[in-house]
Design a protein around this ligand. Structure first.
Ligand SMILES: Nc1nc2c(ncn2[C@@H]2O[C@H](COP(=O)(O)OP(=O)(O)OP(=O)(O)O)[C@@H](O)[C@H]2O)c(=O)[nH]1
Ligand SMILES: [Mg+2]
Length: 653
């Protein structure tokens, strides 16, 4: 299967999954079984499936052929080179290729001067008027090429301004940014580019990230902090004509080797193998030269050899444009594409599957337990009435008393529930006192003050470390609050189950583990990129402070925002089943009482009433069957694998 076919199969699967979940949502509405919470979760789930994005990033030293490889894999159909690819530095800013159906095709460029402010690129994405937008005429390859050439734009500024923008200026011929005779430095014109483009793969949610030749100097930290770690696949490109150089190794260590523990989804490409296609050598000799290079790459990067893919992007592009099958095979691109889709799509499907599985199972179980408790109540009522057959008024009165007593007991239970609710909101407040953004804002402000006033590197360093320690401590305290809330809810679930027969199961749990890990990761990043002896000795205090706030605290805030959203969702999720079941139980008690009252007034309606209830029971059982079928449908779709391999059994319920 080609990448495009594989991707299309994945999109079909996603569409099918959305369809069954939408059907579930519709059925809940039709049967009046939905509540605000479930409703919202289904809408969110569908939204997530629709917006689902797959990120592939291309990373390498300059001129290794990243842009050419993107052209060959994705854009050969245009019959030309779409992204500029030339000797020397070409792509000057990180370039995202994606499709957003809400916007017309365009290229959006963020001016480099935006680095002066403290805001990250993702922050800027919220303010469209900060970007220069050029329309993209997708009907002409030439017009596209012309527009995309802007990713290579450069500008000249004086040294001080370049440094202010975070570029490290050095002397010597090999330096990336150096001062010319007139005292100016050439720097990229743009900080970031987003190309919005209705390519079939991009329309299905693929996002390609082309990066400029990274040389650890003056690059956007956002790349290493969030863009690359969030990519589902990262391709690292080396070139056969240069071999693994010192600066290749630096890029690898700086940007890829440090992407946490996740080794999956990383492919190493040995490009430009055509430079070894020496016509004076035999095919065997060439093959062994390539094998030797692969061996060296694998050894230097400590990777298995089969993770290094030899290709010629240039010949592959040419072969695709000319429809030359033989050259395409020789270029090695097909194998790389296969490996890419095999890495990418199953991994992504796994994520979507787990996420959907968990969310759906919650909604499904909640509905099922609602129907089950209705059935239990109904059956009790039927038994009660059946027992009344042939009984006199006195017995009916006794029954009435019994239900009334139950109702009173339940009301006492309710009082207890209200008390729990107020303790619950107290505990919730405690939780947000640690986890909430106010506390983080305070911490950020005190850290800023400490860093601004720091006179020694040691105090500067300590302030940054304290920031992380306090953030972590906040999460630890939050974890304790979560445990307490959970213990209380468990106790109250149990009490209502035992005393009033409510079917509540156990409350869902909540873990802050992933956020703690994220903070650890950011701390580690900071320790090597900002808060290290080397950085402290070689950079100005102001510069480091600014970087710390622009780059690190922004990400920490994002982590906390995420944790807050999840915590709120969880709090609702543990309260909702109680509320639904209590309301349901109250309705049932009322119905039972009314039904007995009616019989008390006219004992001759008893048979009619039993008949009626049996009918209700039949409908209820039918509903339960439909629900079961829907659950099975969702499970079936979830189990499908887009690759066609067999997957282990997995259940949605
Ligand atoms: N011989 C040969 N040349 C290639 C191949 N792929 C790319 N090139 C050439 O290498 C040069 C650099 O290619 P680019 O695609 O611009 O490389 P890049 O990695 O995007 O470079 P930057 O954008 O500067 O970071 C261009 O002149 C390409 O024509 C290949 O497979 N074989
Ligand atoms: Mg490039």
């Amino acid at each position: 299967m080609t990448l495009a076919q594989h991707f299309a199969a994945y999109s079909d699967w996603r569409a099918e999954l959305s369809a069954v979940i939408e059907k579930f949502g519709g059925w809940l509405v039709d049967n009046e079984l939905t509540d605000a919470q479930t409703d919202r979760r289904i809408v969110q789930l569908l939204e997530k499936l629709r917006e689902d994005r797959l990120n592939v990033a291309f990373v390498a030293e300059f001129s290794r052929g990243k842009s050419e490889l993107i052209n060959a894999i994705f854009f050969a159909d245009y019959g030309n080179r779409i992204l500029p690819s030339t000797p020397g530095r070409t792509t000057m800013c990180p370039t995202e290729l994606l499709f957003d159906r809400h916007k017309p095709p365009s290229i959006e460029l963020l001016p480099i001067e935006s680095r002066e402010s403290r805001d990250s690129i993702s922050e800027y994405k919220r303010f469209p008027d900060e970007w220069t937008v050029l329309p993209l005429d997708t009907s002409s390859a030439a017009a596209m090429q012309e527009a995309l050439r802007h990713v290579s734009d450069v500008t000249r500024v004086d040294r001080a301004f370049a440094e202010k923008l975070g570029f490290t200026i050095a002397d010597g011929d090999t330096a990336v940014f150096r001062v010319d005779a007139a005292g100016t430095v050439e720097i990229p014109r743009w900080r970031h580019a987003v190309i919005n483009f209705p390519h079939p793969l991009l329309q299905q949610g693929l996002v390609i990230l082309d990066t400029p030749g990274l040389n650890a100097i003056g690059t956007e930290p956002e790349l290493t902090l969030s863009l690359l770690p969030n990519a589902h696949a990262v391709l690292f490109i080396l070139a056969a004509d240069t071999g693994v150089t010192q600066s290749d190794l630096m890029v690898w260590r700086e940007h890829i080797g440090t992407l946490g523990g996740r080794k999956k989804g990383r492919l190493v490409v040995l490009n430009k193998i055509d430079s070894l296609w020496d016509e004076l050598k035999s095919a065997d000799q060439i093959a062994s030269e390539i094998a030797k290079q692969i061996d060296t790459c694998a050894w230097t990067l400590s990777l298995p050899e089969d993770q290094v893919f030899p290709v010629s992007a240039q010949k592959a592009l040419l072969a695709k444009i000319n429809g030359d099958g033989e050259l395409l095979t020789r270029s090695g691109l097909l194998e790389l594409e296969r490996a890419l889709s095999e890495e990418l799509i199953p991994a992504k499907q796994e994520i979507v599957r787990d996420n959907t599985d968990g969310e759906f199972a919650d909604c499904y179980l909640r509905t099922r337990s609602l129907l089950e408790s209705r059935l239990i109540g109904l059956r009790e009522q039927i038994t009660e009435l059946t027992e009344l057959r042939g009984k006199n008024k006195g017995v009916v009165e006794y029954m009435m008393g019994k239900v009334r007593l139950e109702q009173e007991e339940f009301d006492t239970g309710l009082q207890r529930y209200y008390a729990v609710r107020s303790v619950f909101s107290q505990l919730t407040n405690n939780l947000f006192a640690h986890l909430g953004l106010d506390s983080l804002r305070l911490l950020t402000n005190t850290t800023r003050a400490a860093m601004v006033h720091a006179t020694f590197s040691r105090t500067l360093s300590a302030a940054m470390q304290n920031f992380f320690d306090s953030a972590r401590a906040n999460l630890t305290r939050s974890r304790a609050e979560v445990t307490e809330i959970l213990a209380m809810m468990e106790a109250i679930y149990k009490k209502f189950a035992v005393e009033h027969g409510l079917k509540l199961g156990t409350p869902v749990t909540f873990s802050l583990r992933s956020y703690e890990k994220e903070i650890d990761r950011l701390d580690q990043w900071c320790a090597t990129h900002i808060n290290s002896m080397f950085q402290l000795l070689t950079h100005e205090k102001g510069q480091l402070t600014q970087r710390f706030f622009e780059e690190v605290t922004v990400q920490v805030r994002k982590t906390f925002e995420h944790a807050n959203r999840d915590a709120e969702g969880w709090l609702k999720a543990i309260m909702a089943p109680m509320e639904i079941q209590i309301r349901e139980h109250q309705i049932q008690l009322k119905r039972r009482l009314e039904s007995i009252k009616r019989i008390h007034q006219a004992t001759d309606t008893l048979e009619e009433r039993i008949e009626e209830l049996l009918h209700v029971e039949k409908n209820l059982l039918a509903q339960m069957q439909v629900l079961k079928n829907i659950g099975q449908d969702v499970r079936d779709v979830l189990q499908q694998t887009v690759t066609g391999e067999d997957e282990g059994e997995r259940s949605a319920a």
